[in-house]
Design a binder for this molecule. Structure first.
Ligand SMILES: [Cu+2]
Length: 462
């Protein structure tokens, strides 16, 4: 597919460009190809072949968009289109994204670069792209109707601007936004410092927080959703489908997180303390940083934090809202803790012959049990590691710090081999004398402690 120069001039908004940019436009006689992928496998970082050196980022379960150098301009081509995204083995979501996947590929460039980004719309409705955090001419800011005409289905628009500063940015539509973001349209945009030594790290991970409302057994998110999201994802993946963050001991590490859900996410990483070094507003001055072990990522914001990977191990990293480390669940699960399940399940079995009582001592048994589930539905809590069920879903992964990994090796190194004597162990010696009376066994009578309601075919708050 190619466009004439006249089409390009018309599409890119002639009056908004400087004279320098106009000379750039003359070179834009053809559209670069739009690389595409259907895989959710982490692609190796894309090292620059020309221009200033930098340490490229790694996109969890994702990839970086190759570009073409055309004169002074770095040219990229994004294609907005329907995609299929495996959220974890056993569940496919039908989303909208870019170049074959949701989220779209990460764009990487260098401070001072002139970028020309072609955006082709293969969606059934119009779209635009907003370059969140970038300083650019008003007409390149991507708010449909305000800054530019909408990109109609079948059209290709051109965005051209110079990257004013390095940092951590993202892109997403500013057209029918609630629908298009609920469908997964978003991507990372990393601008590296022109000075390769500035803010240099050895490993630089990026992921976007996105939430979806996908009923068990369904494939397409509900888009008119404001609060009741049930799939809490990193790069449109859920645990145990999220890549581990693989790190060599001694590396300087940066993790960049952007939030395009409708709520905040306190991202907590075990085993380390660290400092926020960058937001979507820019780099944090060293004297303004403070230590954290949990960073709240506000809605529509990005945070990057850094640490020196000096402690080997398998360290959990997760959202600290506990319902965000679960996969889609009915909203009707009652609290059964303390309920005598034998009496209760006898009563339930009269109503529902196949009823199986669970959760009377908590819900941990759900992490181990293989229950029949509707097609295309993930267990609520899942994942196994060397000591048993991890009982997690959603926004959870593992930071794997290992001795002796080659730089650029992001392969999962397997379970951490704890040094002998350093794992919590069961006490097998004599038990201490009871110091307080045992808790009386006051089993609740069914129908007394709770009202037993005959389940109908479809749940929901009444
Ligand atoms: Cu969260």
């Amino acid at each position: 597919m190619s466009l004439s120069r006249r089409d390009l001039v018309g599409a890119s908004g002639l009056a908004l460009l400087s004279a320098a940019a106009v000379s750039g436009r003359v070179q834009a006689q053809s559209i670069p190809e739009a690389p595409t992928t259907t895989t959710n496998t982490m692609q190796p970082p894309l090292y620059p072949k020309s221009g200033p050196d930098y340490q490229p980022v790694v996109t969890l379960n994702g990839w970086t968009l190759p570009w073409r150098q055309n004169g002074d301009w770095k040219e990229f081509h994004l294609v907005a289109e329907p995609v299929e995204r495996e959220m974890a083995p056993g569940m496919i979501a039908r989303l909208w994204g870019y170049n074959g996947q949701s989220p779209g590929p990460t764009i990487e460039a260098v401070e001072g670069d002139k970028v020309r980004i072609f955006v082709t719309n293969r969606l059934p409705e119009h779209t635009t792209i907003h370059w969140h955090g970038q300083l650019l001419p008003c007409g390149m800011d991507g708010v449909g109707g305000l800054n530019q005409p909408h990109i109609k289905p079948g059209q290709t628009f051109v965005y051209e601007y110079q990257l004013m500063k390095s940092g951590t940015f993202m892109y997403h539509p500013h057209a029918d936004e609630m629908v298009q973001m609920a469908m997964g349209m978003m991507g990372f945009f990393v601008v590296h410092p022109r000075d390769p030594k500035l803010h240099r790290v050895d490993r630089d991970f990026v992921f976007l927080l996105a939430s979806y409302d996908i009923d068990p057994g369904n494939y397409v998110p509900k888009v008119a959703e404001m609060t009741a999201f049930n799939m809490w994802t990193w790069n449109s993946r859920v645990f145990p489908g999220i890549d581990p963050l693989v790190i060599a001991k001694g590396d300087r590490v940066r993790v960049r997180v952007g939030n395009l859900t409708m709520t905040n996410h306190p991202i907590h990483m075990h085993g380390y303390d660290f400092e926020v070094t960058c937001t979507d507003g820019g780099w944090v001055r060293p004297e303004a940083r403070w230590p954290e072990v949990t960073i709240d990522i506000p809605v529509g914001a990005m945070r990057a934090y850094e640490f020196d990977a000096i402690y080997p191990g398998d360290w959990a990293i997760h959202c600290h809202k506990s319902h965000h480390t679960m996969n889609a669940m009915g909203h009707d699960i009652r609290t059964f803790i303390g309920v005598n399940k034998r009496q209760f399940s006898q009563q339930m079995k009269r109503l529902v012959p196949e009823y199986m009582a669970m959760g009377s001592a908590g819900m941990a048994d759900m992490g181990e049990m293989e229950m029949p589930l509707p097609d295309n539905t993930l267990p609520m809590m899942t994942g196994f590691s060397q000591f048993g069920a991890v009982e997690m879903g959603g926004m959870f992964s593992v930071v794997k710090v290992r001795e002796g990994l080659a730089s650029g090796d992001y392969k999962d190194p397997g379970h951490y081999q704890n040094p002998p004597g350093t794992v919590a162990w069961e006490w097998k010696g004599p038990k201490p004398a009871t110091t307080r009376p045992p808790v009386p066994k006051t089993a609740a009578k069914p129908g007394e402690a709770m009202k037993v309601v005959k389940p109908s075919g479809h749940g929901g708050h009444k």
